[in-house]
Write a protein that binds this ligand. Structure first.
Ligand code: C5P
Length: 309
């Protein structure tokens, strides 16, 4: 029997997101501090030698991904592009354990695509050039390169430029999604008449010892997509207010183009208490108390501690 391979697809969080310009092709130039969390999807695979790639989707959010779309799924598209680029004759049976809400600003689909690239490079023993992988990643979506990078960084361009920064501490965060998807192109379109933020808002050399220091620096920045997103889905304000009201909340903000919001908390206990209290009031919301992945906690996550079966 062939071995089972496994990769995590951690949720990405845009701790701030500034829109700094627009390209002629309609894509927006961004500047964003991106981190990853110890909550995410899990992708598993088994080798096939007939070149076919199949995908089945399990998990609490599976029902939100239509089976008709499986062929369009970013995981399958990533697999096909890797086959084309490498000429491999191998295939794979893939299982995506979908735990993150779909179309929700925390990169679910992008994280899955990046996990597929990592998983299949390992399974098929591909040694593709980094530039080829980056090109494949970007063609799958603007957030895929940063998810492939997988470490806290500042993302710019339309998502393809990545600046490494000193690791952040394992700050406790709570992620909340009210269950309604928002469309990224619609949100960008809705901000059409707004101006642009200045680039280089973030000092990429800063080192933070605590969540409080990080939240303090983040308060100077924002998410430029919040206004258009809350215009389309006012419930996002309820989510941010719910996070902000709880004891120990240092910052509450929307991630990406929404609708998922995050709260940064002073302590893990406060984050867990907040998640519990908000869940009691809003039983339909997806609520995940977690923390920012660091080099160390990422290793633990890779060993399965943060993403148990
Ligand atoms: O690349 P991705 O599929 O994630 O982007 C979805 C849509 O979001 C794009 O078609 C575009 O309308 C918008 N977008 C943008 N600028 C970015 C990323 C996305 O305008 N940097």
């Amino acid at each position: 029997m062939s071995a089972t391979y496994r990769q995590q697809a951690p949720a990405k969080v845009n701790l701030f997101l500034h829109v700094t310009g627009k390209r002629d092709d309609g894509y927006h130039l961004l500047e964003s501090l991106v981190c990853f969390t110890a909550t995410g999807d899990v992708l598993k695979g088994e080798l096939r030698d007939d070149g076919k790639v199949t995908l089945s989707i399990t998990g609490p959010m599976a029902a939100n991904l239509s089976l008709d779309d499986t062929n369009d799924n970013l995981v399958i598209r990533a697999a096909r592009m890797l086959q084309d680029a490498s000429g491999t004759k191998q295939g794979a049976d893939l299982i995506l354990d979908k735990r993150l809400p779909v179309a929700s600003g925390i990169g679910g689909g992008s994280a899955d695509a990046a996990a597929a690239i990592r998983l299949l490079c390992e399974m098929w023993k591909l040694d593709l050039d980094g530039d080829i992988l980056s090109r494949i990643a970007l063609s799958l979506g603007a957030d895929v390169p940063v998810c492939l990078h997988g470490k806290t960084c500042v993302m710019s361009g339309i998502g393809e430029e990545i600046t490494e920064i000193p690791d952040l501490p394992p700050v406790p965060v709570v992620l909340i999604n009210s269950g309604k998807a928002v469309s990224t192109p619609e949100i960008f379109k809705a901000r059409a008449d707004e101006g642009f933020s200045d680039a280089n808002a973030w000092d990429t050399k800063q080192v933070f010892q605590s969540g409080a220091a990080l939240a303090d620096a983040l308060s100077e920045c924002g998410n430029d997509l919040t206004l258009p997103a809350t215009g389309i889905l006012p419930e996002i304000c309820d989510v941010m207010n719910a996070l902000a009201r709880e004891e120990g909340c240092l910052l509450a903000r929307m991630s990406g183009s929404g609708a998922t919001c995050f709260g940064i908390y002073d302590t893990t206990e406060q984050a867990e208490r907040a998640a519990h209290a908000i869940a009691a009031q809003n039983p339909d919301w997806w609520i995940s108390p977690t923390h920012i992945l660091t080099e160390k906690t990422r290793e633990q996550a890779e060993m399965g501690a943060a993403f148990p079966d």
